[in-house]
Design a protein around this ligand. Sequence first.
Ligand SMILES: [Zn+2]
Length: 543
Amino acid sequence: MFGVFGQLKGKLVVSCQASPGEPLDSADAICRMSLAALSGGAAGLRINSAEHIRILRMHADVPIIGIHKQYGRAGLHITPDFASAAALAAAGASVIALDCTDRVWPDGDPWQVLITRIHEELHLPVMADVATFDEAQAAVDAGADCVGTTLNGYTDRTRHNKSFNWTLLLQMVARLGVPVIAEGHISTPEEALRALNCGAWCVVVGSAITRPGLIAGGFVRAMESQTLITPAIGIDIGGTSIKGALVLRNGEIHFPAQAPTHAIGGRDAILGGVLNVTERVLMAARNEGLEPAGLGIATAGAVDHSNGSIFAATDNLPGWAGFPLRTVAENHFRLPCFVINDAHAAVLSEQRFGIGSGLSDFVAITIGTGIGGGIVSAGKLLLGQHGFAGTIGHSVIRTDGLPCNCGRSGCLEAYVSTAGLIREYRRLGGVVPQGVSDDASIALKINQLACGGDDAAQAAYKVLSVYLAESIANLFNILDPQAVLVSGGLIEGYARFITDVEQQVQQRLHFADKRQPQLRAASAGKYAGVQGAATLVFESGRS
Ligand SMILES: [Zn+2]
């Protein structure tokens, strides 16, 4: 047994090499990196080329495994011939490592011959770099003094292995009578220790210690992927329920949670619901090892964007006006928090994940019990001074018209809403079906009747299409958007409504034949507000 193996037992060997053309590809750099590795406690080195070994030998007397890398027609060949082995020996190598795989090298000496000649003429031990157990066995049979797992993952037959092959190591340790050196794909201290525990004689670590380019690349990739996957929590406070979920950057929803709003209990009760829903989503996310980057909250009412407090809210959320929602949520969860009006959030969701993606200028309208809306201009959602921008429902389309809860008369949402649809349906002779009590259910029923061809229902929609067209023509005149997106349960399923509105707009618009006003049916889902609120967190990281 050569004494050099005694010095390496249970120790770390650092492979210090640079690829041709790399910034560290110089004898001086390799020498300094090697000495730095030794200062950390490495017991030996694995070094490419006689030149580098010669320089290192002036500074270090530790065991050096010498190799000569040759890039030939058949690929990278480690110590291909006796001349290169002899040069390594003359430079001061303690062990000569060779490629002992079963690959055919037309330009080299057979490794069996090399082992014999290195022993007889250079009086040095040989490390057989192999990829498989059979190759290791053959090398030991031919007299190799130790074997390394070095080439597993680098030959055609083993190229599928992208990580250290523990099975191969265990096999070699159990069945070969020579020291087995773990080398290749060992990238953490834990893996090095595991290799020793598996019976490795010593462990060679290369890139993970001596390739700053690869190490930096690993950090960069991890950070970039983290930016992509870091989710956010989105919360949507509506008049009847509070919804929440973890939202991924592609809009995917995970761990949805919901609670009744308990608006009647005032701001404390509403806040209690918000905290409860957020807490549940947060716990579910953290249980899966996901740490949200922040919290976005969509809420009914106008939001003061300077501080995330509620500027104004209707009686649907009593006591909510004036509430410093962002500050309270931030202090409670210790996460960055953003607050936005729920209709605005739905627009952001449409812009980022829905049919608004790719548009720089559009208006989104959601029709329900009222009308929600938002305006995107030059890619940005318009908020307005107090958060009221895009309140399209309160644009007047009939002077002296029907009274509106905003105090005016003739607002769009007095005509185009669930209540408006029901009113028109009744006026046109439609009979509200039995057993349906609330407005939303009645409107849904009328929607189904219209889809089924019911005359009164279709006529009611026709009347609404004219009202809506008045308002949308106004929007096209004021904003000249690329498209207006219309969504809401009231119009879903009844595709003809959008076509009718588009025709009506066409008839009302100045230079309509040149402008060809475009309407699109959007399907803002149940979680549009949740998704839109979460986008505030995603966007915040970019500014
Ligand atoms: Zn109004």
